[in-house]
Ligand binder design. Structure first.
Ligand code: ADP
Ligand code: ZN
Length: 531
């Protein structure tokens, strides 16, 4: 601190007023900006919508030279630059969408010192020609946006990010600021190490989004459940529905539209014109629902998204947090709603097993899935779990604004049920040398003479019909929770069920198996529960 800083500080505030038209800094912004303006490196962890952009835009405006922003979001660069230009900021970008002339113009502006900010894709910085160009100009600050892309632990790894450590080597006097909304301890550590920023100051904003209500419901008929959720709680609201496949995106959008909800699809298989049109309708119209794969949403700044719904299980808690975080940026009450069922668990386990990735990749993917399942199956406060996962332990015991807080789940002793499932798996394997998936196991337990049961003589098994005390949905819930608890495993392309080491402890009656009671339709704050 000192005279320099004080001057810089007021310059930063003046820039906030004059250029951006905002009254005051939010949260950590001021501290971050002060630190970077006076030449320090910073690692900034801030949730989506927290206001990361100003953290580098203001230092770029206040310090002499051009701020270089590294961003993987090529599709958004034009929009970002247009928005800045509209505010009178001299901004430009360089990426593969430009033709030769456009690039030449930007280069000339940069060299003449006529740019406050220049956006680059990370792959550009692997080119000597780009580095040469940057050397010939004056740089005020390097901003590395979406910095979690450097982490192989994260869900969004981009190899090009690895070469960004050279920025510190080649420009030791230029401050660097790395920003992300993804912040597990592991990612955080990797960002610092891999970008070579050991002396950076760390700024960690709270990850809590108190206005978002988190709810995870057992999946029965997901499209119908979604429709009821929208009709009862979000009629006429804008929102995003995430599905895993393009096909289910299309079908869900059709289904909603047929039922009177303004909904459009968005996925990478649509041509770019349609995608752009649907995106801009979402931003401009009121109350449009976009059904999308995770291709949709990165960098989209729509403050009044009232709900984010997941019809399929996200691959990681990071992904879930980021996707749900697109709701309620304006601070108004919003809902993160997800339907989750047995098939999600089986499908994702299968996907991991049949993936092309190496052993290490699979182990990581499995760990991500485990964390996600733990969040789904928890009987404790979801928000608490979520924030603990992100290393934030200053959380109240119960938030009062998630399904488990609003309607605390009951548990029941599922030991006998679990033993019945395991016995069936064991019988099939020992007596018949067969492995089957969950559908067949449940049919056997229920004593159903389906074609497939008859075909394999499974009505002759001693376990046939031993599970008539529960219905199909309940059995699927039992199997799902057993999978999540590691008492069963999924194998191979058909998703057959097999035993794990922990299965033995249940079969030998060495442990109990507490299970969550399923609530097909948890009561909302309006108390409209039924079962
Ligand atoms: P992030 O990149 O962290 O997701 P943004 O930088 O896009 O978030 O900011 C989110 C929204 O908040 C934007 O609309 C931005 O203009 C607004 N914003 C950021 N900082 C402030 C501030 N100090 N005062 C008012 N609005 C702000
Ligand atoms: Zn809670």
């Amino acid at each position: 601190t000192g005279v320099m800083t004080e001057v810089a500080e007021s310059e930063a505030l003046a820039t906030l007023h004059r250029v951006f038209g905002y009254e005051a800094f939010r949260g950590e912004q001021e501290a971050v900006i002060e630190h970077v303006v006076s030449g320090g490196d910073a690692v900034v962890l801030m949730p989506t919508g927290g206001g990361k952009s100003l953290c580098y835009q203001i230092p770029a405006l206040v310090r002499p030279g051009t701020g270089v922003v590294v961003s993987p979001l090529i599709a958004l660069m034009q929009d970002q630059v247009d928005a800045l230009r509209a505010l009178g900021v001299r901004a430009g970008f360089m990426n593969s969408t430009q033709d030769f002339d456009e690039r030449r113009t930007v280069e000339a502006e940069f060299l003449a010192g006529e740019l406050d900010l220049i956006y680059l894709a990370p792959e550009r910085l692997r080119l000597e020609s780009t580095l040469d160009l940057l050397k010939r100009g004056k740089i005020s600050v390097f901003a590395i946006d979406e910095a979690h892309c450097v982490s192989s632990w994260g869900h969004d790894f981009r190899p090009d990010y690895l070469s960004l450590s050279l920025l510190g080597e080649r420009w030791p006097d230029v401050p660097r600021i790395a920003l992300t909304a993804t912040a597990t301890h592991a990612t955080h550590k990797e960002i610092t190490e891999r970008l070579g920023m050991p002396d950076a100051r760390h700024f960690v904003a709270s990850f809590d989004r108190p206005n978002i209500q988190y709810r995870i419901v057992p999946k029965a008929d997901p499209k119908k459940q979604l429709l009821a959720f929208l009709q009862e709680e979000h009629a006429g609201d804008a929102g995003i529905v995430y599905c895993l496949s393009r096909n289910s995106v299309e079908k869900t959008a059709e289904f909603l539209a047929r039922n009177g909800i303004a909904a459009v699809p968005y996925h990478a298989g649509l041509d770019s014109g349609t995608r752009a049109a649907h995106q801009s309708r979402f931003l401009r119209e009121e109350g449009l629902v976009v059904c999308a794969t995770i291709a949709f949403g990165m960098g989209i700044d729509k403050p009044d998204v009232r709900f984010v719904a997941h019809l399929d299980l996200p691959k990681s808690v990071e992904g879930y947090y980021q996707e749900t975080g697109r709701a309620g940026r304006d601070g108004m009450p919003s809902t993160a709603w997800m339907a989750y069922g047995l098939n999600d668990v089986i499908q994702q386990r299968k996907m991991i097993q049949s993936s092309e990735g190496d052993e290490a990749f699979r182990r990581r993917a499995a760990a991500h899935l485990e964390a996600m399942l733990a969040l789904c199956e928890t009987a404790q406060c979801r928000r608490g779990q979520l924030l603990t996962y992100f290393g934030q332990d200053d959380v109240a015991e119960a938030c009062g604004n998630c399904d488990t807080c609003l309607v605390p789940p009951e548990t029941w002793d599922g030991t006998v049920a679990a033993q019945k499932v395991l016995s069936t798996v064991v019988r099939l394997q020992r007596e018949r040398g067969q492995k089957f998936g969950a559908i067949q196991i449940v049919d056997i337990l229920l004593g159903r003479k389906t074609a497939k049961v008859i075909q394999f003589d499974h009505d002759q098994l001693s376990v046939f019909g031993i599970g008539e005390e529960l219905d199909e949905g309940a059995w699927r819930g039992v199997v799902r929770q057993m999978l999540a608890q590691g008492l069963l495993a999924v194998e191979g392309a058909y998703g057959t069920l097999v035993l794990t080491e922990a299965s033995g402890t249940v079969l030998r009656r060495e442990r109990e198996v507490p299970l969550r009671k399923e609530q097909p339709k948890p009561a909302t704050s309006r108390g409209s529960s039924s079962s």
